[in-house]
Write a protein that binds this ligand. Structure first.
Ligand code: HEC
Length: 78
């Protein structure tokens, strides 16, 4: 629980953006490289609209569309 709170406060500060891998390769959430960048962008836009996992909603809201596309390219299927 403590760990979760730490993650949430990081996300709230907008820190988490650089590090999708912090959660997604750290065993907390599924790996992103199973998804194509287009699928990631689509999901992120849903999160940004307030749908889905509250942690991701928080992160997505702190990102511009450009940042989302860059992150999707960086972390998505190569
Ligand atoms: C603070 C931890 C954390 C960080 C940082 C984080 N995520 Fe997530 N993410 C989650 C959790 C928890 C879920 C929901 C559980 C799951 O789908 O594995 C999730 C779900 C997702 C999903 C939906 C997966 C699916 O199949 O439904 C996508 C896409 C995603 N995250 C993308 C990202 C991107 C891109 C970043 C970096 C900009 C990021 N996440 C950073 C915790 C995080």
């Amino acid at each position: 629980m403590k760990k979760l709170l730490a993650f949430l406060s990081l996300a709230a500060l907008g820190f988490a953006y650089q590090d999708c891998a912090m959660c997604h390769n750290g065993g907390m959430a599924k790996k992103l490289d199973n998804m194509t960048p287009a699928e990631i962008v689509k999901k992120m836009k849903e999160f940004k609209a307030g749908k889905g996992n509250p942690m991701m909603v928080n992160i997505a809201k702190g990102m511009s569309d450009k940042e989302i596309e860059e992150a999707a390219k960086k972390y998505g299927k190569k």
